[in-house]
Ligand binder design. Structure first.
Ligand code: TXA
Ligand code: MG
Length: 318
């Protein structure tokens, strides 16, 4: 068992990372569990701390866009345009990797996923570290992602070296992942940057279903985002019979909201996204049995929300 410290100075977080320690830190999407990829043994330690299957590769984080050259072998034109439009921000791009990027980071793939986060605190920590930092979401594998430092603590205390006490994450869903190693960019995971925003910059962008034969998207195989409680998607939340053992996360009001064990009505998709994972975790803390979530439209941020809800509700195990 490791003694986990709570820290709040970016300089210290950066120094610990540079020494090969595991440090969880806030980004604008969710908290990340950071480890410097060029310090021997660190990447293996990330997989151990999370209990993550070793065939699911990690995203490398850099403090500024031009630092992408520390891990990527070449930057295709499409990627330049996407970086120009959305970095720093909640977009991860997949590039051919430099030889020296450890195979443990990429789960043996010839490509590497990179992101320059929008959160100023995250970039400050990365700047102090001076090395590229792999950072999967800072949760035990399979569990809902963490959007507060307390949620990180709940999952990883005793398993990592430090947790940075930052603010609650502003977006609440992870970054969008786009593969830039193909002739046309391919959306691998919906997230904070929407499909519509991507298509404005690259009208040739493909969805995974259109490109599935040629593209490798390892992250889609595994169990994800699941609370202990059963997650049930509903079209008409106002028709559900309330119960103290149930939670409800909805956009439409329920006429008997106070009869649920936990209830939140969101006023926008942004609010839904930022509430989602913490709502799941709170339902588990209260020992609730079932979480009803309103099915939203598959546009804008709704696309990322539906993806998370479908995977949280699936009974698939690792
Ligand atoms: O918002 C985020 O992206 C957060 C914060 C901490 O930055 N990180 C995050 O990491 O969500 P993680 O490990 O939970 O998700 C990484 C995703 C997985 O779906 C993984 O399969 C995909 O990125 N990925 C990583 N490297 C890849 C590669 N070389 N090719 C294709 N997909 C890759
Ligand atoms: Mg994750």
């Amino acid at each position: 068992m490791i003694v986990t410290s709570l820290i709040d100075e970016p300089e210290l977080a950066g120094r610990l990372l540079r020494e090969g320690k595991l440090v969880a830190f806030p980004t604008e999407t969710v908290y990340g569990l950071g480890g410097a990829i060029y310090v021997a043994g660190t990447v293996e330690a990330i997989f151990r701390a999370k209990g993550r299957p070793s065939d699911n590769p990690l995203i490398v984080h850099v403090h500024r866009p031009d630092a992408v050259g520390a891990v990527a072998a070449n930057i295709p034109r499409a990627a330049h345009e996407l970086m120009e439009a959305f970095w720093p921000g909640p977009l991860t791009l997949v590039f051919p990797k430099l030889e020296k990027v450890p195979n443990t980071v990429t789960a043996g793939l010839a490509s590497v996923a990179v992101r320059c986060p929008g959160s100023p605190v995250a970039r400050e920590i990365l700047r102090h570290c001076e090395l590229p930092v792999a950072a999967p979401s800072a949760n035990r594998s399979g569990r809902p992602s963490a959007t507060t430092w307390q949620a990180v603590w709940e999952d990883l205390e005793g398993r990592i070296d430090a947790v940075f006490q930052g603010p609650m994450c502003q977006m609440g869903v992870e970054s969008t992942v786009v593969d830039c190693t193909q002739p046309h960019p391919v959306l691998l995971r919906s997230g904070g940057i929407t499909w519509e925003q991507l298509r404005e910059v690259r009208p040739d962008m493909l969805e995974l279903v259109q490109a599935s034969e040629m593209v490798n998207s390892p992250g889609l195989r595994h169990r994800h985002y699941q609370p202990q409680a059963e997650v049930v998607l509903v079209e008409k939340p106002d028709q559900i019979t309330p119960d103290r053992a149930y939670a409800m996360l909805t956009l439409k009001p329920h006429p008997e909201a106070s009869l649920f064990g936990s209830y939140k009505q969101c006023d926008s998709l942004e609010d839904f996204a930022v509430s989602l994972f913490e709502f799941f975790r709170e339902a588990d803390r209260r020992g609730l049995k079932r979480i009803y979530c309103q099915q939203c439209d598959n546009t804008g941020l709704g696309r990322a929300i539906i993806d998370r809800l479908l995977r949280a509700s699936s009974q698939e195990k690792d």
